[in-house]
Design a protein around this ligand. Structure first.
Ligand SMILES: *Cc1c(COP(=O)(O)O)cnc(C)c1O
Length: 377
């Protein structure tokens, strides 16, 4: 079998983009590169549904998370963050390093924070400057309704709503301007279909105002420099030129498909995969589920199952992390995937289940997924 990558970052890269990135390197202070950067800026605005500059940073997604905090806050400022998984937890870890006082909303892994819980935490800590959320918690496969939370917070809360959209952007509806968000970040190796190495960040006017008084240390991730450079299709430092050229093509693909179609495709693939695994007697993990990644409880003989998936069927899945280690497996449908990919992975799951002697109706997973794709017929 062909090797197939089903991890929620890195995700598969379209062949046309790999070829673009294989071309000879160009210098970044050239008209050709400026044009690419200009197109990337426009494409990102389309993706995030914003008229604010969306800046491209050369780092992984975590770099943009760090940039979000150090550019808008000062030591001693208070934030609220949600620990419902490994990535939500990260907001608290970054805050701790910089002397930001981080109040944790502790949520059982596999569930999502609600607007009521956020409002309750805000009631206890009314002087917080920012509320940090994780739109799609990749470690548990759970979606958080950022739109509903933001709507419940406004207009009473005029602090910052900072969102880790790293596996949500491109998979779930995101309307940065309409939802009145303040910072959203994402990374290149997730919904943007290119290799790891770039991160993207957008700030609202409110967030730029906070940046004026922020005193936390920053040099490489000073977003004021990035914004100034953005205005002339430039970057403050040498960008990952090759990746920028790649993402220009990826954004053009997203635009051609249409952002709403992209969101719908992700919803369709996620719901088909969930239906498929349930139909062969596996238990989807986490609720409400993310459209970017599906987490599933491992069957009995889970280790053998995972090993067969990897070695015999050549599917690279993601395992559970920390407390979910040995309990779940995770499959991505984020970025460059289609319906046939979901059928391929379900075929492998059915085959591996059959190999370990799991009782199920052969073909039931594939049929359930196809039924979703065929609109329930
Ligand atoms: C992948 C991921 C990150 C971390 O991004 P890196 O690119 O590994 O730094 C953060 N948050 C979420 C939700 C992610 O999926």
């Amino acid at each position: 079998m062909k090797p197939r990558l089903f991890t929620p970052g890195p995700t598969p890269v379209p062949e046309s983009i790999m070829l673009r990135m294989a071309q000879p390197i160009i210098h970044h202070r050239t008209v050709e590169f400026q044009k690419a950067l200009h197109d990337v800026g426009e494409g990102l605005g389309y993706l995030f549904r914003t008229s604010q500059p969306v800046m491209t940073l050369t780092s992984s997604g975590t770099g943009a998370m760090e940039a979000a905090l150090v550019n808008t806050l000062s030591a001693g400022d208070e934030i609220i963050f949600v620990n419902a998984g490994k990535f939500g937890e990260r907001w608290g870890e970054i805050a701790g390093v910089y002397g930001i006082v981080a109040h944790e909303i502790t949520i059982e892994w596999g569930t999502a924070v609600t607007a009521e819980q956020v409002l309750e935490a805000l009631g206890k800590h009314p002087s917080v400057k920012a509320i940090c959320l994780t739109h799609s918690e990749t470690s548990t496969g759970v979606f958080t309704d950022v739109q509903a939370i933001a709507a419940a917070l406004r207009p009473g809360f005029q602090g910052l709503i900072i969102v880790d959209g790293i596996t949500a952007v491109g998979a779930h509806e995101m309307r940065f301007d309409d939802w009145d968000l303040d910072v959203v970040v994402t990374g290149s190796q997730k919904g943007l279909m290119i290799p790891p190495g770039l991160a993207f960040i957008v700030l609202s006017e409110r967030a730029w105002k906070s940046a004026e008084s922020s005193t936390l240390p920053k040099f490489y991730f000073d977003l004021k420099l990035a914004k100034k450079a953005f205005a002339t299709d430039d970057t403050p430092w040498t960008p990952a030129v090759t990746l920028v050229l790649g993402v220009a093509d990826a954004l053009a693909m997203i635009r051609e498909e249409g952002i709403e179609n992209v969101w719908n495709r992700h919803a369709r693939m996620a719901s088909a995969l969930r239906a498929g695994v349930a139909a062969v007697g596996l238990q989807p993990y986490g609720n409400p589920p993310s459209n970017a990644v599906t987490a599933v409880m491992l069957p009995e003989k889970g280790e053998e199952f995972s090993s067969l998936m990897k070695k015999k069927y050549r599917i690279t899945m993601a395992a559970g992390q920390e407390q979910l280690k040995g309990k779940i497996f995770r499959l991505s449908h984020l970025g460059y995937y289609d319906e046939a990919d979901m059928l391929a992975v379900l075929y492998a799951i059915e085959s591996a289940l059959s190999d370990i002697g799991h009782q199920y109706t052969s073909g039931a997973g594939l049929a359930a997924a196809q039924k979703v794709f065929n609109g329930g017929r």
